[in-house]
Design a protein around this ligand. Structure first.
Ligand SMILES: Nc1ncnc2c1ncn2[C@@H]1O[C@H](COP(=O)(O)OP(=O)(O)O)[C@@H](O)[C@H]1O
Ligand SMILES: [Mg+2]
Length: 222
């Protein structure tokens, strides 16, 4: 469970203050499949980065599974993130020189998981996303939808309780985007992983259990 209490994030550009998100209070329960929607610049990425412990809020409190992480130092936050949270990006963010397997294995290296266990887990998650036959390919040899599946496998490999996806379908055609969302939904239902994803595609919102809308950095419903 994630609880945000009166979260705000400001960016300072010279003498200008940008209120990227303002006064957000929301609870996301375990197992939710939630869409964060709103136009470009409304604060979706900022909010996901705060939930994902990638950025710290300027004010407000954030609690993950009952632990207040607001004042946790950045290095310990990275550790919490690695063990609990998977992240999927709009542009896939795969390392081009690594194979599919190596990309998926990468976060386990950072966590110091031993080789046999890494192999076992990589094989399992590649099977989850239907890419076992592509394990030795490089990202450039894959379609956009396949690349996003690699990113899903990489997000899954640490057995997170929550996966955050920032416009995961924005660089895909509509059908491929729906396939990716359907895969995420299946993982949500079968494994009980919480998903929070951002989108501004109306059709894609329909698959969400819950839709939270942002306007100019503020919640506009809920
Ligand atoms: N690193 C940053 N520095 C300055 N302003 C930023 C930064 N990141 C985001 N912003 C600003 O914060 C607002 C919200 O941005 P963002 O969270 O990226 O929105 P969205 O993901 O909905 O497009 C925008 O006005 C954006 O320009
Ligand atoms: Mg964004």
């Amino acid at each position: 469970m994630v609880t945000l209490e009166e979260i705000s994030k400001n960016y300072y550009l010279g003498s200008t203050v940008v209120n990227a998100v303002s006064d957000i209070s929301i609870t996301v329960n375990d197992g939710e499949f939630m869409a964060l929607v709103g136009p470009s610049g409304s604060g979706k990425s900022t909010l996901l980065n705060i939930i994902g412990c990638i950025e710290k809020p300027t004010s407000g409190r954030i609690t993950l599974d009952g632990t207040d992480v607001t004042d946790v130092p950045t290095d310990r936050l990275a550790d919490i993130r690695a063990r609990r949270i998977g992240y999927i990006f709009q542009t896939f963010n795969l390392l081009p020189v690594l194979t599919v397997s190596e990309n998926v294995e990468y976060p386990l290296h950072l966590q110091g998981v031993d080789k046999a266990e890494r192999r076992r887990r990589v094989e399992k998650v590649l099977h989850e996303v239907g890419l076992e036959r592509f394990s030795t390919h490089k990202p450039a040899e894959l379609s956009g939808g396949q690349r996003q599946r690699v990113a899903i496998a990489r997000a899954l490999v640490g057995s997170p309780s929550m996966i955050l996806a920032d416009e995961p379908t924005a660089n895909l055609d509509h059908k491929t985007g729906m396939d990716i969302l359907t895969k995420m939904k299946e993982l949500n239902q079968r494994l009980g992983i919480t998903f929070i994803f951002s989108t501004h595609d109306q059709k894609i919102m329909s698959i969400a259990d819950r839709i939270v809308e942002l306007r100019d950095g503020r919640l506009s419903n809920n």
